[in-house]
Design a protein around this ligand. Structure first.
Ligand code: LMR
Length: 334
């Protein structure tokens, strides 16, 4: 029979044997924990997996990227804290989630109807303004590496949402952006900030009546199963900043960092290439599932939404910062 002491000795010997069996290179690997809140089968989920594959290849295995999807490690707010503390090295939060960190400028991306399409948006994210905004993160111990697209948002609830009055009194889940809060208030709805991981259940149990998200998020979280109506309003944009812990990033060997930058550039191209198609496919899949009735805004209805939401731009100018708004509008030729 094995005594407690012999068991302990056996455990020690096994651990030693295992550690000897692992090659030195594997032990020395630089680990990048990449945490995110959406499903693997979304534009962000797929781009994170692409980065993992490329980063490991371009650093000849010196780096091990571990992707944790679906809020497995952290929810929205916690993941930002975890990055600053160095518990994870990389995130790609929505641009609507930087306000609590004290960088409110990113909420410019939440202004209703500011980007006509992906091309307009890229004039900002792929240009000097995009860089200027990422630089604002440095003071927070964060380095911004890239922008990844998701897409344009649709509104959903358990009642039709055709004109602004249809929102009166509806409890709408939002991300932690004051601009989105102002947008819901302008529609007469009652905004409620909630972590992404909690939205499905909140919709299912009636804690909130509705929400907004690009189709890819709505579909992969099965929100369409608990929302009877949705309007393809494309009233706002949802995209991501890929960010790393600055101290970690600055401390990397330059050759390793170069490999990671190359991987990030290619993963970014990939993300931005697949985003629209992924969202189009998700919308079609939800239409086919038949649990939600989808409505496209008529020209008149759209004009009413634009009019109801126009005051949000002025109301939020001070919060976002006049300089940032001017820079974005300049890049858009507005
Ligand atoms: C949300 O909270 O609705 C989104 O930001 C989730 C995401 O990361 O796309």
């Amino acid at each position: 029979m094995l005594t407690r002491r012999s068991l302990a000795a056996l455990a020690g010997a096994t651990a030693l044997a295992l550690s000897l069996a692992v090659p030195a290179a594997a032990q020395d690997k630089i680990v990048i924990k990449f945490s995110h809140v959406v499903a693997p089968d979304t534009p962000k989920g797929k781009a994170a997996a692409k980065f993992e594959e490329l980063a490991e290849a371009y650093t000849s295995g010196a780096v091990d990227v571990e992707v944790y999807p679906n809020s497995q490690l952290y929810k929205d707010k916690e993941e930002m804290e975890a990055l600053q503390l160095g518990a994870v090295q990389m995130l790609a939060p929505s641009l609507a989630k930087f306000g609590p960190l004290g960088v409110q400028d990113f909420e410019v991306f939440d202004l209703p109807f500011i980007f006509a399409d992906y091309d307009a948006l890229r004039k900002v994210t792929q240009g000097d303004v995009g860089k200027m905004l990422l630089d604002k993160l440095q003071d927070k111990g964060i380095t911004g590496l890239a922008y990844w697209d998701n897409g344009f948002k649709i509104m959903s609830a358990n009642s039709p949402l055709m004109v602004p009055d249809d929102f009166l009194g509806l409890k709408m889940r939002i991300q932690s952006s004051k601009v989105i809060e102002a947008q819901m208030n302008a529609l007469g709805a009652v905004p409620q900030v909630m972590a992404f991981s909690e939205v499905y259940q909140a919709l299912q149990t009636g804690v909130v009546d509705g929400t907004e998200n690009p189709p890819s998020n709505m579909y992969t979280q099965k929100m369409n199963e608990v929302q009877t109506h949705a309007t393809v309003s494309n009233h706002g944009y949802l995209g991501y900043a890929v960010i790393v812990n600055k101290q970690f990033w600055d401390g990397l060997d330059p050759t390793v960092r170069e490999g990671l930058e190359k991987a990030m550039a290619e993963a970014t191209d990939y993300a931005n290439q697949i985003a629209k198609e992924e969202n189009d496919k998700a919308l079609e899949a939800m239409k086919a599932a038949g649990t939600t009735e989808f409505h496209d805004l008529t020209e008149e209805e759209r004009a009413a939404w634009v009019e109801a939401l126009a005051p949000v731009h002025d109301e939020m100018a001070e919060r976002i910062g006049a300089e940032t708004i001017a820079a974005v509008k300049g890049a858009l030729g507005m």
